[in-house]
Design a protein around this ligand. Structure first.
Ligand SMILES: Nc1ncnc2c1ncn2[C@@H]1O[C@H](COP(=O)(O)OP(=O)(O)O)[C@@H](O)[C@H]1O
Ligand SMILES: Nc1ccn([C@@H]2O[C@H](COP(=O)(O)OP(=O)(O)O)[C@@H](O)[C@H]2O)c(=O)n1
Length: 218
């Protein structure tokens, strides 16, 4: 029987997991889901409607309306939406609602690359390949700051380097410290530290690991 080929890529904000996932999916002919966008979409819906970020019933209702095929990255990439997403993401019923949709996406043939915080540990614990992508907070803040500059700071918020670094550190603590599905490497994940790697070098390192894990099933 043919099984989907699933690659799970987890890590903190701006570690490079989305860039890697997109490229790996393209090269291997797999679909790609940035699961962070699903949490961002819930946060965006709540912020736009002026709803609180910590009311579970309202957030679950928003999560049920998320359409995985209509996630607008250009809107959802805003700095303040990332912050709000990590507040929404501590609620278990919001997580289970989104995880159900993420699993359906992952399990369709021929397979998929999913990136997020809990893909290797919770969403796809049987994924054939699990990568845990990290970089130092300073490096990650520099990358995010460069993105904000490039977009012309559309959100209009105070997004200085110092603010972004402080937010990244606070978000790491929230994501790693929450009770449900905290950010951590799966036991069988391979870590890639991209702090001193170019995008190309990180991609080569990831592809080597993927090939190593593919061989036994080839
Ligand atoms: N290895 C790398 N070296 C330099 N910049 C990188 C690297 N990987 C990603 N980037 C850049 O850093 C930013 C954040 O990367 P992204 O893949 O969106 O991170 P994540 O999905 O982990 O939040 C993007 O602008 C991306 O182009
Ligand atoms: N699988 C996932 C993906 C994201 N998230 C949450 O959603 C927030 C935004 O995720 P993201 O991947 O878009 O963030 P960035 O890494 O792009 O900054 C994270 O800080 C997490 O709190 C999660 O809890 N689980």
């Amino acid at each position: 029987m043919t099984e989907p080929f699933i690659i799970a890529i987890d890590g903190p904000a701006a570690s490079g997991k989305g860039t890697l996932s997109h490229r790996i999916a393209q090269v291997l002919g797999l679909r790609h889901l940035d699961t962070g966008l699903t949490y961002r979409a819930v946060a965006h819906a709540l912020l736009s409607a002026g709803e609180p970020l910590d009311d579970e019933a309202t957030a679950v209702a928003a999560a049920k309306r998320i359409d995985l095929g209509a996630l607008e990255k250009s809107v959802l990439a805003q700095h303040k939406i990332g912050e709000a997403a990590s507040k929404v993401a501590v609620m278990s019923l919001v997580r289970s609602t989104l995880v159900e949709q993420q699993r359906l996406f992952a399990n369709a043939l021929p397979g998929a690359v999913l990136d997020g915080r809990d893909i290797g540990t919770v969403v796809c614990p049987d994924a054939q390949v699990k990568l845990y992508v990290i970089a130092s907070p300073q490096v990650r803040a520099r990358r995010r700051w460069a993105e904000v500059q490039e977009r012309g700071n559309l959100s209009g918020t105070d997004a200085s380097f110092e603010t972004i670094l402080a937010d990244i550190e606070a978000r790491d603590a929230r994501d790693m410290g929450r009770a449900d599905s905290p950010l951590k490497p799966a036991q069988d994940a391979t870590t890639i530290d991209t702090s001193d790697m170019s995008i190309d070098a990180a991609f080569e390192a990831a592809m080597q690991i993927i090939e190593q894990h593919r061989k036994p099933n080839a």
